[in-house]
Design a protein around this ligand. Structure first.
Ligand code: PLP
Length: 410
């Protein structure tokens, strides 16, 4: 009789967004005439920019012609895209990264979920708390996290690094040294970041202790402040201790198109083994390359028109972030994030849980957000709103919230 991977059964409850979907569907059945505004899931709403659509059309035409047809893509990505990424994302910021250290993929979720495969099953992981749930869940599936405690919401073999208003959302170096350190900067869900100096502390710590930093920079395009690095490789020494994940989802609206990349420097070696070759082996064995058409679209992200159009899109979303941030401040909330990230993180009224606030906002304002507790135990007492809606809906949501929130925060 076949045995299943029992670790999957350890994953608690249903996934955050499916619980939200159920509550929303009950609400819409009970309130068929009310307009619901969704500021919950971090999906984009603006259409793909014209320069990228043009590149997509061109590549589709190529696929219909025997002379220009493309079959399997190279496992690690087409040279034209890897060269562009190396030059535009890294060369322009003086990061010591070359094209052959870039692995093109179908998005950051797969890569940051799969990366743990190249590490030993007994590696100890550390995560910021709260954070994007994929890091912990993928390690649960691999049997690396120990037992789950329903009361605390924690796994026994995971080091949690709380990031709350009390420590300005800056994780403290853990007392017990982890093997793998997941950092998500700008952070989903708090929308907060680390400065160059703050990140340097982590790079030095990882190098001193032989740990590896798994750096998720999916929201890099939203960084607006000068002292916030766009890549961990801006920090001296990161090439010997860090792997970076990037996505085309949030800077270019590729959530439904799928493209991302991971940077594994050749200088990153553990136990005398190059992690670059391990990841190349893994990628080549389990992934058959991102589609040519999509990689051509990815290249258009770096064209002059593409850059200008995408800058406009980011500005559009960040105007929403400002509307949310300012509106919530006026309503008397404590608000964080929203300056270098499309997420706004707010403290829920005293005495309420994140889920109680979710229900209250849904019933009173018809607005859907995300309860902070879904992102980790230290997310309890907080709530996430996204700037990825349309401007009109965002303004309306905030007007509604301004009517019902002030009485809750008294
Ligand atoms: N990393 C973080 C921190 C995210 O929030 C998300 C998506 O919301 C992803 C990765 C997934 O990116 P992709 O669409 O490239 O898979």
């Amino acid at each position: 009789m076949v045995k299943i991977n029992n670790n999957y059964l350890k994953l608690p409850g249903s996934y955050l967004f499916s619980t939200i979907a159920k509550k929303v569907s009950t609400y819409t059945e009970e309130n068929p005439d009310k307009k619901l505004i969704r500021l919950g899931i971090g999906d984009v709403t603006q259409p793909i920019a014209p320069a990228i659509i043009e590149a997509l059309h061109g590549a589709v035409e190529e696929m219909g012609n025997g002379e220009t047809f493309h079959g399997y893509a190279p496992d690690l990505g087409y040279g034209f895209l890897r060269e562009l990424i190396a030059k535009e994302d890294y060369g322009s910021r003086d990061c010591p990264i070359s094209a052959d250290e870039i692995f093109v993929s179908d998005g950051a979720k797969s890569d940051c979920g799969n990366i743990q495969e190249i590490f030993d099953e007994n590696c100890k992981i550390a995560v910021c708390d709260p954070v994007y749930p994929v890091y912990v869940d993928s390690n649960v599936m691999a049997g690396r996290t120990g037992e789950y405690d329903e009361k605390t919401g924690k796994w026994s073999n995971v080091i949690y690094m709380p990031c709350t208003a009390e420590n300005n959302f800056i994780p403290k170096l853990p007392e017990e040294v982890p093997d793998l350190i997941y950092l998500c900067v700008p952070n989903n869900p708090t929308g907060t970041t680390l400065t160059r100096d703050q990140l340097k502390i982590w790079v030095d710590y990882a190098n001193e202790n032989g740990a590896v930093i798994l750096y998720d920079a999916a929201y890099e395009a939203y960084i607006s402040q000068e002292d916030v690095p766009h890549s961990i490789f801006e920090i001296k020494g990161a090439e010997t201790c860090a792997i970076e994940f990037r996505s085309f989802s949030k800077n270019a609206g590729f959530t439904g198109v799928r493209l991302g990349f991971t940077v594994v420097p050749k200088a990153l070696v553990r136990e005398e083994v190059s992690l670059h070759s391990l990841w190349a082996r893994r990628h080549g064995t389990k992934f058959n390359g991102a589609p040519y058409v999509i990689q051509k679209a990815g290249a258009a992200v770096y064209s002059t028109e593409g850059k200008a159009q995408l800058k406009e899109q980011v500005t559009y979303y960040m105007r929403n972030a400002e509307v949310i941030y300012n509106g919530l401040m006026e309503a008397g909330c404590q608000v964080y994030g929203g300056v270098n990230a499309p997420y706004i993180w707010l403290k829920v009224p005293q005495g309420m849980t994140s889920w109680e606030f979710f229900d209250c906002l849904l019933q009173e304002a018809g607005v859907v957000g995300t309860p902070g507790s879904g992102f980790g135990p230290s997310g309890e007492g907080y709530f996430r709103l996204t700037a990825f809606g349309t401007y009109e809906n965002t303004v309306e949501a905030i007007e509604r919230m301004k009517k019902c929130l002030p009485s809750l925060y008294k």
